[in-house]
Write a protein of this length. Structure first.
Ligand code: PLP
Length: 421
């Protein structure tokens, strides 16, 4: 049995847990990558061993997610925040090439706002496009929340108002901070309204709607619904895939455009390092990439393949989330816990709830830490508890947390009974 090196269970939201077997393998790679005699942090990104490794990373992502040949897989630097800007610049260029005379009012960018990250993405788009384009809010989920100000739901489909010919439509599949996620069951009212979007924004070619998804915190936790209907999917690696510093892009061919030609027509200039075309033309190796992060991600992908692929992860992740929500529900019945997100819109990856009663949250966090479980404090803007259940968190680890929560409920209930006497 392998030694766990004194590691605790890390339920943190990101950077987050990685599989122990991968970390152990990475230790070896740090000393000698792929038989080169050179460690992975020292090896040239142009070496044949590393370029072959990058090819395999792309192939594995393609296989695991069943990415069609219409889409390229690109590896780049920066996390989700960088991609908020990158996607705006590239798709504004695409729009300018398609509609060279469009006015700023006719150049619309649609943002679906269901949580803190999509809100931030929309704010960045507004900042970048001032004078060039109009950023619209398709829907703001806070309007449909229980208290009128929180992100706790996916709004009803009838409330989504898409533009007719947008330069992009952006949504965040899983809101890491708020714990709100689009349902993957196409029949669910909390699924993304793909058909509604294609009907409205598809005027002029349904297949070419520039739909963009931030998959940073749910990438590779299960298959992506309607992947082929997306123009761009981006994800920072540091949740399910590897260390921070790497972002994965899945980009439809028609969105890989000549940004300089677009700039000549009046689109904002795009730094070459941020151009999808530049990345694609150089096989993701235009400049020095985040070599180590790619290496660890590659090891994670190999492990995923060997474990049975995304259907395996989907089944395990579903069980993990369901059993955790069940115990929170039990706590709700007892007046001890309160879930933050409305039923149907809850995330599989980030489970957010409150522990009721003065000082109870700290008691919960301290108790969990004593049992070797860390990273459970909610995001500072939301408070409460957040349990991140990324792929590297095993089912027995979730069971351990559930056992702790059950014990915590029992203790809290018996104390309140004593106080009531
Ligand atoms: C959904 C989502 N989008 C974007 C980001 C920003 O990522 P980064 O901090 O890597 O820029 C995060 C970070 O947690 C995220 O969870």
């Amino acid at each position: 049995m392998s030694d766990n090196h004194g590691r605790v269970i890390n339920f943190g939201a990101g950077p987050s847990a990685l599989p122990l077997s991968v970390l152990e393998e990475a230790q070896k790679g740090l000393l000698n990558f792929s038989g080169t005699g050179i460690g992975i942090a020292e090896v040239s990104h142009r070496s044949k061993e590393f370029t072959a490794f990058v090819d395999q990373v792309e192939k594995n992502i393609r296989t695991l997610l069943d990415v069609p040949p219409t889409h390229r897989i690109l590896l780049t630097q920066g996390g989700g925040t960088a991609q908020f800007s990158v996607v705006v610049l590239n798709l504004l260029a695409r729009h300018r090439l398609l509609h060279p005379t469009a006015t700023p009012e006719e150049t619309t960018l649609d943002y679906v706002v269901t949580g803190s990250w999509s809100k931030k993405a929309a704010e960045e788009a507004r900042r970048l496009t001032a004078g060039h384009a109009t950023v619209r809010t398709v829907v703001d989920a806070r309007v449909y929340s229980k208290d009128g100000q929180s992100f706790d739901n996916v709004p009803p489909h009838a409330e989504f108002r898409f533009s007719a010919r947008p330069a992009l439509v952006h949504y965040c599949e899983n809101e890491t901070v708020d714990g709100v996620e689009f349902a993957h069951d196409a029949q669910s009212p909390a699924a993304f309204p793909f058909d509604r979007l294609l009907e409205t924004a598809g005027a002029g070619g349904g297949a070419l709607v520039p739909l963009v998804a931030d998959y940073s915190s749910s990438f590779l936790c299960r298959p992506i619904p309607r992947l082929a209907d997306h123009a761009v999917i981006y994800a920072g690696a540091q949740k399910n895939l590897g260390p921070a510093g790497l972002a994965i892009l899945i980009v439809r061919e028609d969105c890989i455009v000549d940004v300089d030609a677009a700039a000549r027509l009046g689109a904002p200039p795009v730094p070459l390092i941020l151009s999808y075309k530049q990345l694609a033309d150089h096989g993701s190796l235009y400049n020095t990439p985040s070599v180590f992060a790619i290496y660890v991600a590659g090891l994670v992908l190999e492990r995923m393949k060997a474990s049975g692929g995304l259907l395996y992860y989907e089944a395990v992740n579903k069980r993990k989330a369901q059993k955790l929500y069940a115990v929170i529900h039990e706590g709700e019945q007892k007046g001890l816990f309160r879930r933050k997100v409305q039923q149907g819109s809850e995330s599989w990856m980030n489970v957010v709830f409150e522990v009721l009663g003065e000082g109870s949250e700290n008691k919960f966090l301290e108790g969990a830490e004593q049992e070797g479980m860390k990273g459970l404090k909610g995001h500072r803007s939301v408070g409460g508890i957040r349990v991140s259940l990324y792929n590297a968190i095993t089912e027995p680890e979730v069971d351990k947390l559930i056992a702790f929560m059950t014990h915590f409920m029992k203790e809290s209930s018996s104390k309140s009974e004593v106080n009531a006497v």
